[in-house]
Design a protein. Structure first.
Length: 237
């Protein structure tokens, strides 16, 4: 019978926004502050929530387009920096770990799994968020897009996260919520699990994950299933 002990020495890479932490409230708030500063109307929460998870510039591009003013390429770098500053100041005002996250991470770490964050968010923002959520002690490394050769869905991002904790892609799993996570895992030769409660516009079952789960509490069993009974997918690296 498979148990948590089967995950001893395995690497489990986690996306951040929409997977570990419900960050949408603070990201939506920061975006609407920037829109107001640019004399643009605020966007509804449910609309912006589905824009989250692709990085700051992508969020601004989609947000400005939805507000009726496409982001000017020349102004974009300054607006991105201003957005980051606004977001950092409120990074944990309303954000919270999803139900079950602390319990599951505690169990995985106790079982000897190597835990790493693999996110398209900037590393400094990711670390600040994890610190504020008291989640940093669970992770051996945080690999944001700025520390990887390329961002997800490029498999090198997932591979870099696994390597950062001394892991091997042959005994690793990627947990995320988006097509970028599913493709990033597949392109790295790593099985991928998607949660259904994250930030994706398309049905999560259509995104190409090896497994879809509906509660974070299902993460351990999903990892055990994939690492003990399924070969890793072919790598695109």
């Amino acid at each position: 019978m498979s148990t948590l002990h089967d995950l001893n020495g395995a690497t489990i890479a986690f996306d951040l926004d929409g997977t570990l932490v419900d960050t949408a409230p603070d990201l939506v708030g920061a975006l609407n502050i920037i829109l107001a500063q640019e004399s643009l109307p605020p966007l509804p929460f449910d609309e912006v929530r589905l824009m989250v998870g692709r990085g700051a510039r992508a969020l601004l591009e989609r947000g400005f387009a939805a507000a009726g003013a496409p982001l000017d390429a020349q102004q974009a770098p300054a607006l991105v920096q201003r957005f980051i500053d606004v977001y950092l100041a409120r990074i944990a005002d309303e954000s919270a770990p999803f139900p079950g996250v602390v319990e599951v991470l505690t169990d995985l770490k106790a079982a000897g799994a190597k835990l790493v964050v693999c996110t398209n968010k900037l590393t400094n923002l990711s670390v600040a968020l994890l610190d504020a959520m008291a989640l940093s002690p669970f992770f051996e490394a945080v690999i944001g897009a700025d520390l990887a050769p390329a961002a997800k869905p490029d498999g090198r991002h997932v591979a870099a996260a696994v390597a950062a904790v001394g892991g091997d892609v042959s005994r690793a799993v990627m947990i995320g919520d988006s097509v970028n996570d599913a493709l990033g895992a597949r392109n790295a030769g790593v099985p991928g699990v998607l949660v259904s409660f994250g930030y994706t516009e398309d049905p999560v079952e259509t995104l190409g994950a090896d497994l879809v789960i509906h509660s974070f509490l299902d993460v351990p069993n999903a990892c055990i299933t994939l690492l003990t009974s399924c070969p890793a997918p072919n790598t695109g690296l």
